[in-house]
Design a binder for this molecule. Sequence first.
Ligand code: C2O
Ligand code: CU
Ligand code: CU
Length: 458
Amino acid sequence: MSFTRRQVLAGLTGLTVAGLSVGGVRYWLNRPLVAAEYDYQLIAAPLDLELVPGHLTPAWGFGGQAPGMEIRAKQGEWLRVRLVNHLEESTTIHWHGIRLPLEMDGVPYVSQLPVLPGEYFDYQFKAPDAGSFWYHPHLFSSEQLGHGLVGPLIVEEREDSGFRHERTLSLKTWHVDEQGAFTAFSVPREAARGGTPGRLSTINGVHVPTLDLPAGQVVRLRLINIDNTITYRINLPGAEARIYALDGNPITPRSLGPEYRLGAGMRLDLALRVPPAGRELSLRNGSQRLATLRSQAEQPVQELGDWPSALPANPVAEPDLATAQTLSFNFEWVGALSSNLKSGAAHSFWQINGEAWDITDKGCADRPIARLKLGQSYIFELRNMAQYPHPIHLHGMTFKVLASDRKSIIPYFTDTYLLGKNERARIALVADNPGVWMFHCHVIDHMETGLMAAIEVS
Ligand code: C2O
Ligand code: CU
Ligand code: CU
């Protein structure tokens, strides 16, 4: 992969950014839009947050917020974001779930060089698909995502979606103690199991918030799992809720049912019929309350909202199963805690088809685990050989989930599939985006200890 001189130079030219320091609280002002150079300027910088009342957490944010500011784009139109790095380490942004050209994918040494402290990088792409997506760096991931460098990206439908109300709910369980101090983002013993969980659940940065919703209306709730580790068991007891999209891709609306397992990186678009004024619902993870949803009388009173029809399908190519070639991917657990650790090397607990990704080796992507022919359809047989679920994610292309040996599947398109313990599943795709694409588990601990690979399409 080569990088043009211009790209490197662009990042070196000086940039002045308004920074403020007030009473120990550091934050960076977002410049209002200047000229027509970009739609958003996202400054990655330290940011003190009050996650635990009375205590400050030294978080990192995008655009003066953690989780980062919500970015909105229109389906099929350009989105231009300038990332400005005011951290003390390199970073990038990956646009999770967006089918875009490789140079915009944010993977260091594959898509671009890391953006050094003080530099900036201009991302620009057209988002072909509408839906709920998110963004995050793709290096030093457990630290950077753990510190709060994660944010929602909403791509609005080209046509009217039929929803008159919506809320974005970004779910993150922070690795902080009772005083708001960070605890370890990654503990080897946990990385070798289900991943290191945080302890403070939040929605949009607030622990068990109360969210007011318009009584009697149908509200689109965009749940985005921006957490490093946790699979949320989403339920809304007593609510009338329907699923409209999974991971940004519309489905035929169906009832939420007793619970939906939302793995790290995954999204769930629900339509909720808000009950009459004065009632409350509890949005939960299993039996744990994540938020209180309170219905508020609308002034002036509006007529009752109706369930919108299904969202328009995204323009994803339909894989041709008759001509598809089948490839197998085994996700396996390997090895003891210390045995395979050379000095300076990352821990390695996980492998895909016998290969462990090494995040300290810049050359890993030069050895793709599979080479796909541009335009050809493929079936991937995914096999989880371990006791822990893996939300398996692919960059660059959207795939169709066909079948599982654990549950009945109504085929649907997605970018992340939660592969349960010992599950086998079949997914299919058209290799229609040339490049070298990361294929990994989105439990950050797993991805950083081997469970990542590159797939080349050419
Ligand atoms: Cu959210 Cu490599 O991805
Ligand atoms: Cu991704
Ligand atoms: Cu995993």
